[in-house]
Design a protein around this ligand. Structure first.
Ligand code: CO
Length: 137
């Protein structure tokens, strides 16, 4: 069952410039240090908001899924929504049983916990990430 909105993923050609928008235009103060997630082909930076996070995603190379997104939308834009679920294996089995496509196998996401992605064509055009919350959450 769907849990808390953990973060909104935003594709950007420049984490530095995107983070500056959230800081300078919207007053975000809690902006994390960017870090690389080579297995996903992305550099990630979290902007903390009072009730959620923005996950800024910059491509690490030309094969990155974010590079493909930026090929269509060079300025970047909303990439995915991420909701928490207690167990991604159970969520994936449930989605399969209901006829929705899950992209690939569970993998380790930017919070260091297991995540899956649901095909946007089965979710009204929105890429959905489901993640197991960190233990301390
Ligand atoms: Co995400």
């Amino acid at each position: 069952m769907i849990g808390r909105l953990n973060h909104v993923g935003i594709a950007t050609p420049s984490i530095k410039r995107a983070a500056a928008l959230y800081r300078d235009l919207l007053g975000a103060e809690a902006i994390g240090e960017p870090f690389d997630l080579p297995a996903q082909g992305v550099r990630v930076c979290f902007v903390n908001t009072p009730n959620s996070q923005i996950e800024l995603l910059e491509p690490l190379g030309p094969d990155s899924p974010i590079a493909r997104f930026l090929a269509k939308d060079p300025g970047g834009g909303q990439h995915h929504l991420c909701f928490e679920v207690p167990d991604v294996d159970i969520a994936a089995a449930d989605l399969h049983a209901k006829g929705a496509r899950v992209l690939g196998e569970p993998r380790i996401g930017a919070h260091g916990t297991r995540v899956i992605f649901v095909h946007p064509r089965d979710m009204g055009g929105v890429l959905i990430e489901l993640m197991e919350p960190p233990a301390a959450h």
